[in-house]
Design a protein around this ligand. Structure first.
Ligand SMILES: N[C@@H](CCC(=O)N[C@@H](CS)C(=O)NCC(=O)O)C(=O)O
Length: 226
């Protein structure tokens, strides 16, 4: 028996990305099943898988069901204590856990104004005061962690903190949101992670564009690092 994960469309489902990235980045075997968020089949697919109302959903090898990306993260840190999903230093570990929790519950303005989209990037979106506030908070958190660790990831080596901020990095790149050079270099490091390339390519192959995510703005190619 192995892990079994239900996800939504890779180009658009940011929480699915957070559920899947730990498996890819830390080399944990998982079988992935896809459903289509906002489709007629979605609720039945999620229920059949054993989930609640959203993706991701994870079935563990021993029959446990985890219905939230944060629950998946905590489960994996317990199940794989030697894989380095969180920093081992207790102070850094507490910081990483706080960052993950804040990402999971916060940054609502940024998340709602700029839906994740790995198929295209947009020009000229308005940056509201609420989005600017979220960006300032993000830059503060990232700068503190990167200054202490020296990068390239928040705690030096890639960790679950980076997993949780990956969709935000994708949004900053895709909407050209205004951030300083340190945050920009962290965004580039995030996009350069091989798991992000894998996820994006699988997303481009799996579906046509979903009209709901058309921002009605001028488009440019999504800026993946070369
Ligand atoms: N707190 C949940 C959020 C999950 C979530 O909102 N997933 C979205 C897809 S990105 C979803 O399933 N939306 C479908 C719906 O709300 O009907 C988590 O961390 O997993």
């Amino acid at each position: 028996m192995t892990y079994s994960l239900l996800i939504g469309q890779r180009s658009y489902s940011s929480w699915s990305l957070r559920g899947w990235l730990p498996f890819a980045a830390f080399d944990i075997p998982v079988e992935v099943t896809s459903t289509v968020i906002y489709s007629e089949a979605f609720s039945a697919d999620v229920a059949r898988f054993g989930g609640g109302e959203t993706v991701p959903v994870l079935r563990t090898p021993t029959g446990g069901i985890l219905t939230d990306s944060l629950a998946i993260a905590w489960h994996l840190t317990e199940a794989f204590p030697d894989k380095g999903l969180l920093p081992s230093d207790p102070i850094q570990r507490a910081e990483a856990q706080s960052l993950i929790a804040e990402m999971h519950s916060g940054f609502v303005a940024l998340r709602s104004a700029c839906p994740m989209n790995l198929r295209t990037a947009w020009e000229g979106g308005a940056v509201t005061d609420a989005v600017r506030h979220d960006l300032t908070r993000l830059e503060g958190l990232w700068s503190d962690a990167l200054a202490q660790s020296g990068g390239p990831y928040l705690f030096g080596a890639y960790s679950l903190a980076d997993v949780f901020f990956a969709p935000v990095a994708i949004r900053i790149a895709g909407y050209g949101l205004p951030v300083g050079p340190l945050a920009q270099s962290y965004v580039t490091a995030q996009l350069a992670h091989p798991a992000i390339t894998l996820w994006r390519e699988a997303g481009l192959a799996e579906d046509a564009e979903v009209a709901k995510y058309d921002m009605g703005l001028p488009r440019r190619p999504f800026p993946m690092p070369v």
